[in-house]
Design a protein around this ligand. Structure first.
Ligand code: ADP
Ligand code: MG
Length: 248
C-alpha cells in the first residue's frame, strides 16, 4: 500500500547540494505524479546526475526534502535498502556484474534484498529478460552481449526489484548509434505501461514520444518545465533556446 496516494510519487522541495564551495543544486523543486515520464535535459555540469543521485540517496542533500511515495528519504540502514529497491536506477555504464550470468545478475537483488526463493526469482527474471528482448541470452556473461543488450539487462535487473520509480541517467550515451533505439524502445514501452520515470537524456525523439514533461536544468537550477512539444518548439528561456540551438 502507498503511504499516501494523494502525495506526488516523487516530491522534491527546496533541495540544495554543495560539493565543497561549489553548489551543484540550487533550490530544486519538482513533484512527479504516478505514471509520469519526466525527461531532464540541460548542459553538461548542470546538475542532472547529481539530482538523480540525490533521489536514491547516493548523495546526501544539504537543504530541502525529498519524499518517495509520501515517505521522506531515510538516512541509513534497512529503510535505505528499502528505498533503493523502491527507486531503480540505470546509468550510462551498464554496471552488470561481469562474473555472473545475465540470469544471476537479475536474480541477485530479488534473492538477497527481497528474500525471494531462487526458483521464484528466476521465473520472474526470465519474464523480464523476455520482455526486454534478451531472454535467449540468460545463460551468457555480460561481456558476451552487445552494449545495447547489456543496457536492456540492466533495465530488467532494476525492474526485478519492483521499483516505484525508475531513474535513467543518460542510458544510451555510451552506446553505438545502432543500439540506441533498442534501448529507447524498451523505455518508451515501460512508460506506456505506466511506470513512473525520470530520464536524463538528450534523445529528443524519445522525449517527444514518451515524456509528459521536460525539465530543463542549467547551473544547478530548474530553469524551465514544459510539455515536450511546447519546450522544443517554443522554449521560453534564453538559456533553453541557446542549449537547443546547440543540440538540435
Ligand atoms: P550533469 O549530470 O548535468 O552533467 P553533474 O550533476 O554530474 O552534472 O555535475 C554537476 C556539477 O557538480 C559539475 O560541475 C560537477 O563537476 C560537480 N560535481 C558532481 N559530482 C561531484 C563530486 N562528487 N565532487 C565534486 N564536484 C562534483
Ligand atoms: Mg550527468
Amino acid at each position: 500500500m502507498s503511504a499516501d496516494t494523494r502525495a506526488p510519487l516523487v516530491d522534491i522541495r527546496g533541495v540544495d547540494k554543495h560539493f565543497g564551495d561549489f553548489q551543484a543544486l540550487k533550490g530544486i523543486d519538482l513533484q512527479i505524479e504516478r505514471g509520469e515520464v519526466v525527461v531532464v535535459i540541460g548542459p553538461s555540469g548542470s546538475g542532472k546526475s547529481t539530482l538523480c543521485r540525490t533521489i536514491n540517496r547516493l548523495e546526501t542533500i544539504d537543504a530541502g526534502t525529498i519524499a518517495i511515495d509520501g515517505k521522506p528519504l531515510p538516512q541509513e540502514g534497512r529503510p535505505l535498502a528499502q528505498l533503493r529497491s523502491d527507486v531503480g536506477m540505470v546509468f550510462q555504464s551498464f554496471n552488470l556484474f561481469a562474473h555472473m550470468t545475465i540470469l544471476e545478475n537479475v536474480t541477485l537483488g530479488p534473492i538477497q534484498v527481497r528474500g525471494l526463493k531462487k526458483q521464484e526469482a528466476e521465473a520472474k527474471a526470465m519474464e523480464l529478460l523476455e520482455r526486454v528482448g534478451v531472454g535467449h541470452q540468460a545463460g551468457k556473461y555480460p561481456a558476451q552481449l552487445s552494449g545495447g543488450q547489456q543496457q536492456r539487462v540492466a533495465i530488467a535487473r532494476s525492474l526485478a526489484m519492483r521499483p516505484k520509480v525508475m531513474l535513467f541517467d543518460e542510458p544510451t550515451s555510451a552506446l553505438d548509434p545502432e543500439m540506441i533505439n533498442e534501448v529507447l524502445d524498451v523505455m518508451v514501452e515501460l512508460g506506456a505501461e505506466g511506470m513512473t520515470m525520470i530520464v536524463v537524456t538528450h534523445e529528443m525523439g524519445f522525449a517527444r514520444k514518451a515524456a509528459n514533461r521536460v525539465v530543463f536544468m542549467a547551473d544547478g537550477e530548474i530553469v524551465e518545465v514544459a510539455g515536450p512539444e511546447e519546450f522544443f518548439t517554443h522554449p521560453r528561456s534564453e538559456r533553453a533556446r541557446d542549449f537547443l540551438s546547440k543540440i538540435l
